[in-house]
Write a protein that binds this ligand. Sequence first.
Ligand SMILES: Cc1ncc(COP(=O)(O)O)c(C=O)c1O
Length: 477
Amino acid sequence: MNKHDPQGTNSSKPALEGRDGFLDQMRQAKENAGRNRTARLERQPQPAARQPLRFDALPEYQRVEAQRKIGAVIGVDNPFYRSHDEAAGATTVMGGKTFANFASYDYLGTNTDPKVLDRAKAAIDQFGISASASRLVAGERPVHSALEGALADVYGVDAAVCFVSGYLTNVAAISCLVGPQDLVVHDEFIHNSALAGIKQSGATRRFFRHNDVENLDAVLRTLEGNFRRVLVIVEGVYSMDGDIADLPALLDLRERHGFWLMVDEAHALGVLGATGRGSFEHFGIDPREIDIWMGTLSKTTSSCGGYVAGSQALADILKADAGGFVYSVGLAPVLAAAATAGLEILREQPERTERLHRNGSLFLECAKQEKLDTGLSLGFSVVPVLVGDSLRAVQLSNELLEEGVNALPIIHPAVPEGMARLRFFITCDHTEEQIRHAVDVTARRLRALEERKFGLGSLSLEQMVQISPLLQAGEKT
Ligand SMILES: Cc1ncc(COP(=O)(O)O)c(C=O)c1O
């Protein structure tokens, strides 16, 4: 009992003795100090209370709004977020109308294959939808190891690890493997997900000129030596341009500089090589030579998710340390099962890859005959048609829709200003007629737009007066 307060009226808690009493005294002292500090601060003149910022006052929002209003003033519809009524493959249906579709990644036509659908349905029946937890704790299912085994087989390497998206795979893997004492050098056209991974890692970042191994050599010669680890990142097939990384030359360079080579196969799996196994098959190199294979499950395997394949040690490190694996839910079992079925189709039906090669070559050949500018594309999964002016690219996409063709524009900031394009994804299921028609109408409509000089430069004075404050608002931000 407290002799100064025998009734216990001044304290809600009985006094404690020993260790607990000591901790209680410490807490009280801290609370008193806090109260004194608050009282002192309240006696001083107070700054105006900080108001939370409104999202619609942010420059980011004003830029979005400016784009929307410019579209309305110029009378050009927004081509983005077009909604599809059913599964999109070589053909799609939107608003009840059928279109030849060049805007989906379904390179080998697996998205609606009965084998994939059956396996996905069976996985739902057995496991439900979600992995329900990180695989580390309670989210592991046999479909995960089956998929990782199948991916390791594709590359002929020890192991693979899958993540819940391709984007996250790059972010999680890069930020796990390198940190502030390290250097990452990447092709200037690398995907945004790799850039996000490098940023998160805190590593020093340098880029080299697109597909220019000599320039990479020069960058490495000026920088090497001070870093703990050096990582070089390239893409098997470049997602915006459709050309491919020169892996043999990069491997030669690695002999001299001792970096890790990471190859993003998002658009190369199922696409490059006679049987679609990717860049290593295309070049006839030993896949074990590459330190880090990365890819997505959303393109050729028509699922969702991403993977890293390589040595057992690499897989073990990622499974133990990559935040995006350890602290994120496991890949949904249904997606793992669908991707595994997609890989089986890739292995069992190499004729799909052959058809894809034929279609890509046909598209490129027709486009060249029509004198369309396909940039660097080699006619695999991705063929851009360069348009230049962003507004013209948007208008061309809208006009193609009137012709029964769905192909989306890529504009700044995804590509440099003045390099706007339509990007065509080719699949093994496109028919010759669809390809010839798509190229034909693209050439015809683009020529008409060029003749009219349609673009930002062709706007009427009245339109310019209306949009110039909006352009300025966008620029200021
Ligand atoms: C080269 C490249 N890497 C990574 C990704 C991210 O993959 P996902 O869309 O499956 O998240 C993409 C997506 O388009 C890509 O093009």
